[in-house]
Design a protein around this ligand. Sequence first.
Ligand code: BGC
Length: 498
Amino acid sequence: MPASRRGSGSVTLPTGQTIAIHTRTQDEEDLPHATKKTMADHLRKYDSLFTLTPQRMRMIVEAFTETLELGLNKPNQIVPMIPTFVFGWPSGKEIGDYLALDLGGTNLRVCLVTLQGEGKFEITQTKYRLTEEQKQEDGQKLFDFCAECLKTFVDTNIGEGPGQLKPGQSLPLGFTFSYPCSQERIDHGELIRWTKGFGATNTEGRDVAEMFKRSLEKYQLPIQLTALINDTTGTLIASHYVNPRTKIAVIFGTGCNAAYMEHVKDIGKIADLGIDPAAEMAINCEWGAFDSFEHEHLPRTKYDAVVDDTSNKPGEQAFEKLISGRYLGEILRLVICELIDEGVLFLGQNTYKLEKPYCFDTAFLSLMESDPTDELLMVIGIFTHFFALETTLAERQFFRALAKLIGRRAARLSACGIAAIVSKQGYLEEGCSVGADGSLYNKYPGFADRVHEGLQDIFGDKGRNIITHHAEDGSGVGSAIIAAMTKNRKDAGLYLNV
Ligand code: BGC
């Protein structure tokens, strides 16, 4: 019998659950594992597939920049560059109580935000988990659920104390709806397409603000929908509220996207609206759609093609599918499954658990990359606990290296997107801050460093002038600030019809 080793330790999962690991790890002798050399050979192949050279990155940036320009000047482009009707930066003097409702990729959140001016605020919030069924069933039902949660929140937070809603108080609400919507005014938004695996019926092509208002009426809520916003726009405004050097906001989470402030004179497609050309307006880029359908610019592997073909939206969100948290685990799983099919990995073991699409959470990549032990106990834990699979050290090192390749590619592509906005806007010399949020940015070890490294590969030393930082809560606080800015703008009689 071969010598068996015992590993021990514990793994804390993103859900907060902790698993104790007391695993007997076996060496090659009693199960037919791949040799160290085989794993190294395979790794070399994946390394060349997933690595982006600086030259390739610069080519992507060039195509990306042209795409952004096109979206600003022509309606209905693949990257739609959506004018948001959020005019300019907050003054810092926005004050008052605002509600914010945040329909993200995973949760629904209701917040009461008290803006105190000068970058200060207080927030009271409740989160509700969205089920897979809710993401797919009738859209009006989804908005009814939003209104129902809002009602529960309002009912449980009525009182005279700080952070409470005063009885009978009617409040303005900012609705953060983080899906591409084309807007004709700030309280309007026609859903162009669902992303992030959502597929609720009877919603695409319709005005979601109108649908939500219908739900507010149904629950008789004394609330006015003041602004429909995207999480990136909220992040842009909230980050600037606390750090005025912020010029761009990005989200790297379940989905990915960016927003920045544009001169109205440079948004060709709204030239006929009669808005002062010298005014500024936030643009929600919806850059997750870059290179959709035509797949001309991005380095897609066959695993990316499978992710795309088997998604509920084939062809769409091509950039997002290489980057965002919803897909990275699945890309890694597909590589492993290929090696299983080729007879390289897990011979003699039952791999059915790993064969289920999307069973390999992107959080596992973070956990594998941050495993501090020589034996890679975290990796043992993931494979035994979730997939009932025994691994050797050589295999675990391979999985970790693979996670690194996929995570690094995502960060470097993200840098390409940021670089495109920086080049287009001419921010490089002066430098700027980029407010960033989302689970990948916040929780994936080294993601931000890899983005910065990517920016230097693209721009050389000057790339150091572009610095990302963890953003303020755009979907809650940002949404409230935008509701306040909108109310102030309308009270001042400015652009009343948008
Ligand atoms: C959506 C964007 C959103 C991003 C981040 C994407 O899938 O299309 O609207 O900003 O995810 O949440």
